[in-house]
Design a protein around this ligand. Structure first.
Ligand SMILES: [Zn+2]
Length: 467
């Protein structure tokens, strides 16, 4: 039995312990923020190489030496073997990376381009979203973003949260590298002051038009005729490609792949440079990935955005966590680039909006969920619209217009050659039900619109049911 005096002491001790716990709570939070890293808030750097399919990366098994810098650096990173983009083209894929939600939730799924330098129409990402850059800024980061792809221009809502931002009009690496170089003194100053920075970089290079880049192209096409190659990928390329002119022409397809590889190598060269020169990079959280892949007629389609086969949605995803955590690991469970937002926000102690649809990659590493469903969709104006449900083992796709469905066993058939779909039977019917159940049908926040919509374009978009 406790005496009155003992009860008082007990009560005081209880109150003291409670007070101590409350006082220590922010400290506990800081510990969580720091995880095993050397800094509570390390620099965070994301490199996206546009149109870079996973099987054209050395560290993903490509026999050609196109990414020596990234391959070397990847030893320090976690290589997610089965990473998917939530779409097969830039606009929805990047809006998803920035918001941490699937395209059905942000609604930025269409755009029209009349030539290689101008976007005629593109919805704007709704301001109500707390983008990754906004979350990082709120967490005390100074935020920098540079894109060689015009689809990420600030007028389309893609610069939300960036203190410093530039999007060039479909330009290869030089202006992007010059911009980073211009920011270097500022990044160094922040690093000296112990203030964290967040840097997002997108290289447009491997996106068509495929261009010959030296010294890389001569390594695998030593006698190339530059004028002839440039003519081949000139004005008529996209039209002929979409018309199927190259689908059964392996010789020409190989030329395109050689050019494409030379541009991947050029982007790798730039990424390699910054992986050495950025201040605090050794202690940083660094991501190297792609927005989507490239088709090269693997399934009778060219370019990207026209379907959801692996060549356009399976992307390299390398994440270097500070302190060597999970360095050199190659987990095989399926993940998505929508997972980057929760992973980075959680690691750095930034806030996580409740609506996020991605999952923390670190939590997945600790406890992989091989049965997790991932989603992808593509809805470019003139091309077929597709939906996909993907797990580590299997993949279901459906063409939205006529509900043509296909089903693949990805483990046995990673290049999706044998369609196993049986109408109204498991497992396809189960995947269809999963799609119906998860699909939001209406964006969380409606996108706005930007760009000049001509009468002709408006009529076409109306015809297609977009307006
Ligand atoms: Zn892209």
């Amino acid at each position: 039995m406790l005496t009155q005096r003992n009860r008082t002491i007990f009560l005081r001790i209880t109150i003291a312990i409670f007070a101590l716990v409350v006082l220590l709570l922010p400290g506990c939070k800081n510990l969580k923020q720091g995880r095993t890293g050397r800094q509570a808030k390390p620099p965070v750097v994301i490199f996206v190489i546009d149109t870079w399919r996973a099987d054209h990366a050395g560290c993903y098994g490509y026999e050609r030496n196109v990414t020596p810098n990234i391959d070397r650096w990847s030893q320090q990173a976690t290589r997610f073997v089965t990473a998917h983009s939530p779409s097969s083209w830039t606009v929805p894929a990047m809006a998803s990376m920035f918001t941490g939600v699937y395209p059905w939730s942000h609604g930025v799924v269409k755009a029209e381009i009349s030539d290689a330098s101008k976007v005629d129409y593109q919805p704007t990402l709704a301001e109500q979203f707390t983008t990754l850059a906004e979350a990082m800024k709120a967490a005390g980061y100074e935020t920098f973003g540079v894109s060689g792809n015009y689809h990420l221009h600030e007028k389309y809502g893609m610069a939300q949260g960036f203190d410093h931002y530039t999007a060039f009009g479909f330009r290869t690496r030089d202006p992007v590298d010059l911009q980073i170089k211009d920011w270097l003194p500022k990044l160094q100053q922040l690093q000296r002051q112990g203030k964290p920075y967040f840097l997002f970089v997108l290289y447009f290079d491997p996106h068509h038009p495929y261009l010959p880049v030296e010294p890389f192209i001569s390594q695998w096409r030593p006698d190339y005729d530059e004028d002839k190659l440039r003519e081949l990928v000139g004005e008529s390329f996209a039209k002929r490609a979409y018309a199927g002119d190259y689908d059964n022409d392996p010789k020409t397809l190989q030329i395109f792949k050689d050019l494409y590889d030379s541009e991947i190598a050029a982007a790798d060269n730039s990424v390699g440079r910054w992986l050495k020169e950025l201040p605090g990079i050794d202690d940083a959280l660094v991501v190297v990935t792609a927005d989507h892949g490239e088709a090269f007629a693997d399934h009778q389609n060219m370019i990207h955005g026209t379907d959801l086969y692996n060549e356009t949605v399976h992307v390299p995803l390398l994440v270097k966590f500070p302190g060597g955590e999970y360095a050199g690991k190659a987990p095989t469970h399926a993940v998505s680039t929508v997972d980057l937002y929760p992973t980075i926000a959680d690691y750095t102690g930034a806030s996580l909006p409740a609506y996020l649809e991605g999952q923390d990659l670190l939590a997945g590493l600790a406890k992989p969920d091989a049965k997790r469903y991932l989603f992808a969709e593509t809805e470019r104006a003139e091309q077929a619209h597709w939906r996909a449900v993907i797990t580590t083992q299997e993949k279901w796709v459906m063409r939205a217009s006529d509900k043509v469905q296909k089903f693949y066993n990805l483990l046995a058939d990673p290049t999706e050659q044998r369609d196993l779909y049986v109408p109204e039977h498991e497992p396809s019917s189960k995947f269809y039900a999963v799609w119906v159940k998860h699909n939001r049908h209406k964006p969380l926040y409606e996108p706005g619109s930007a760009g000049e919509v001509t009468k002709e374009l408006r009529d076409t978009l109306k015809e297609l049911g977009y307006l």
